[in-house]
Each structure stands twice: as structure tokens, then as C-alpha cells.
Design a protein around this ligand. Structure first.
Ligand SMILES: Cc1ncc(COP(=O)(O)O)c(C=O)c1O
Length: 351
């Protein structure tokens, strides 16, 4: 059989190497575990799994609408926000079209674009940050989508509200601007973008959010998009009927109301970040100040080698060669004991 030509440049996704029993700080998960209310709701829903899930995620969309002060029609729920990225490409991108993103960012934007035979264009980062001017320069008449990760994975950097607003004002109205805010729940900068104000202004904006990070539900696979109703209606055309299972829908709804868990996660992250900054400063290592639950650190050596040594000592981190940052690692900010262990092992390995 002959594979479609656009797929020939792709290889199957390779999950990171893990070691049994090692502390996993490689995937930006929540070290506190899942929201307890989410676990309870998911468990209770197991008695209903002989029935197909609600394909419209009505209860969850109502809860999201209430939380964000929007209408349920402004939301589409996906099997992780990963799924929504492919729905976006399925809806807007075809052969000869292009999508734009940055060089060191989340790989799913590239995957989704190539999957639908589009061309992916990437602009270099500026000090680890998305460069709005670089992106604007790449737009042409076949540009359909811009994928903008804020805070950016893997650097943790962000672009301010003012800069994003100015950029959006210069983007053609028929180009969808996807603002991926997977980590925005952790942000603490005063000038972090206010997506609601931007959505009121720009009809071509879509925001992506996930339950995988601050709500601790990565294995449940729930993410969502927020956009004007006419945009959501277009995306719905490409969605599978039963994309989000019932336990995941119930867990996400319960997690939204678990304020205590949300605040505890934010607080743990803030404290961990402060501790890690202090220790990294003492070690003389450069890092990007982060708005997320991870830190991108310059280790001044081959990070794949460091990854292997750290794993032998019981810790898994993410080397960033595949992001074009071969001397950098990304570590998840964890609980106090995780962070202390991380620093101890990092010091040992960098000696
Ligand atoms: C920037 C970014 N967006 C989206 C996702 C995927 O989220 P989900 O688990 O909802 O598919 C990730 C996962 O790591 C991510 O880093």
C-alpha cells in the first residue's frame, strides 16, 4: 500500500523513556495527583458506561460557561486539547495551505498541520519567546491558522496582553489565531493576556485550555476550546460523535468546582518556582523565568546525556534537543520534596 505523500515526512510519536520507580518530572503533570472531587465523580460514573457518552458534553459545557461567564455555545470539548488541534487542521487546512508557529514550541501544531497536508512555517524564538513580528512576516494568502503557545512549552515564557492585542490587530480576519493556554492557570504576571477581552475584540480568536495540567487529569484526556459560536459551529463539523468518555466528562465537571485543589496546585507551584530559582541562581545556571509549571534550564552540555545520568539516579527530566535546544532541559515544578531531590541530583550530575 502507498501512504499519502504528506505523511511520508512523519514518524509515529515516540513516548519518552521512563524508568520504573523514578520521579517523573518530564511531562508537566501535577505532582499533587488528580483533584479528589474529580476522582470521586469519575468513579461514580462507571456504573453508566454501558451508555454512550453525551456527545455534546452538555453538563461540562454548561459548567464551563458558568465558570467563564460565557454561553455553552462558545465551547467545544475534546479528547485532550491535542484532539482539538487536529480538529482545527481538519476544518481549515488542506493541500497548499499553511499554518504558522514558532521554532521551539509544542509539536502537535506541526503534527496536525502535516496530517492535513498543510505546510508548517516556523519563526525563530527571541530569547525563548514567541516573536509576534516574525509570525506576521510569514503570513500569506494561503495562511489558515496561527498556533501561538502562551505560556510557551517548553520555555515557560509569555507574550503580554498589550503585545498580543497589537499582533491580533494586524492579522487578517480570515486567519484563525489559536491561543494555546494549557499552562495559563499557573501564570502570575500582571500583564498576562486577558483572553476574554481579546475574544470580545477579535472574531478569529480561539483559546485552548486543558484539564491535564492544573486539574491533574492528564490520563482522562479532556481539553476544550473557547471561541465565537460561529467558529465553534465550524469545528463541530469535524468532531467524532462520542469523543469524550463519560468518566472524563464527570471528572472535569467536578474538578472545575474543586477550588481548594486548584488553589493548592497554584500555591505549590509558586513556592516551588521560588525555591528552584534560588537554587539555580546559586548553581549559576541560566533559566527562563516561567509562567507555567515547569522551568527550562540551560545546562551547558548535551542534555540527552544528562537525561540518561539523571534517570539512572532516579529522576526523569525532558532533554530539549527535539525543540532545537540541545543544551537545555525542562523540569516539572513538583512538591517540596521533589524539588529538593531534583536539585540534589542535578548538582551531583553537573559536578
Ligand atoms: C502547550 C500544550 N498544549 C496542549 C497540550 C496537550 O494537552 P492535552 O493533554 O489536553 O491534550 C500540552 C501537553 O503537554 C501542551 O504542552
Amino acid at each position: 500500500m502507498k501512504m499519502k505523500t504528506n505523511l511520508k515526512q512523519m514518524v509515529p510519536y515516540k513516548p519518552g523513556v521512563l524508568k520504573e520507580g523514578a520521579l517523573k518530572l518530564s511531562s508537566n503533570e501535577n505532582r499533587l495527583g488528580p483533584s479528589p472531587l474529580a476522582v470521586k465523580a469519575a468513579a461514580e460514573s462507571l456504573a453508566e458506561v454501558h451508555i454512550y457518552p453525551d456527545g455534546s458534553c452538555r453538563r461540562l459545557r454548561n459548567a464551563l460557561a458558568e465558570k467563564h461567564g460565557m454561553s455553552p455555545g462558545n465551547f467545544v470539548v475534546g479528547n485532550g486539547s491535542d484532539e482539538i488541534m487536529t480538529l482545527i487542521a481538519a476544518t481549515y487546512i488542506g493541500e497548499g495551505d499553511n499554518a504558522i508557529t514558532a521554532e521551539s514550541t509544542f509539536s502537535e501544531y506541526t503534527f496536525a498541520t502535516i496530517l492535513y497536508a498543510g505546510e508548517i512555517r516556523k519563526t525563530p524564538m527571541k530569547e525563548g519567546t514567541f516573536d509576534p513580528d516574525g509570525i506576521l512576516k510569514l503570513i500569506d494568502s494561503r495562511t489558515k491558522v496561527i498556533y501561538f503557545c502562551n505560556p510557551n512549552n517548553p520555555t515557560g515564557t509569555y507574550v503580554s496582553h498589550e503585545k498580543l492585542d497589537s499582533m491580533l490587530s494586524r492579522i487578517p480576519e480570515d486567519v484563525l489565531f489559536v491561543l494555546d493556554e494549557a499552562y495559563a492557570d499557573y501564570s502570575d504576571a500582571d500583564d498576562f493576556p486577558d483572553w476574554k477581552a481579546l475574544l470580545a475584540k477579535y472574531a478569529n480568536l480561539m483559546i485552548l485550555r486543558t484539564f491535564s495540567k492544573i486539574y491533574g487529569m492528564a490520563a482522562m484526556r479532556v481539553g476544550y476550546a473557547i471561541a465565537r459560536e460561529e467558529v465553534i459551529d465550524q469545528i463541530l463539523v469535524t468532531k467524532q460523535p462520542f469523543n469524550v468518555n463519560t468518566p472524563a466528562q464527570r471528572a472535569a465537571e467536578a474538578a472545575l468546582y474543586d477550588r481548594a485543589f486548584y488553589e493548592k496546585s497554584r500555591e505549590m507551584n509558586g513556592e516551588g518556582k521560588k525555591y528552584l530559582y534560588g537554587e539555580l541562581d546559586k548553581m549559576g545556571l541560566k533559566y527562563y523565568p516561567t509562567q507555567a509549571n515547569f522551568i527550562c534550564i540551560h545546562v551547558k552540555r548535551d542534555s540527552k546525556e544528562l537525561f540518561r545520568t539523571m534517570m539512572e539516579k532516579g529522576i526523569t527530566i525532558r532533554p530539549l534537543a527535539s525543540f532545537g535546544l540541545s543544551e537545555w532541559i525542562r523540569i516539572t515544578i513538583g512538591m517540596e520534596e521533589d524539588n529538593k531531590f531534583l536539585i540534589r541530583i542535578l548538582e551531583e550530575c553537573l559536578k
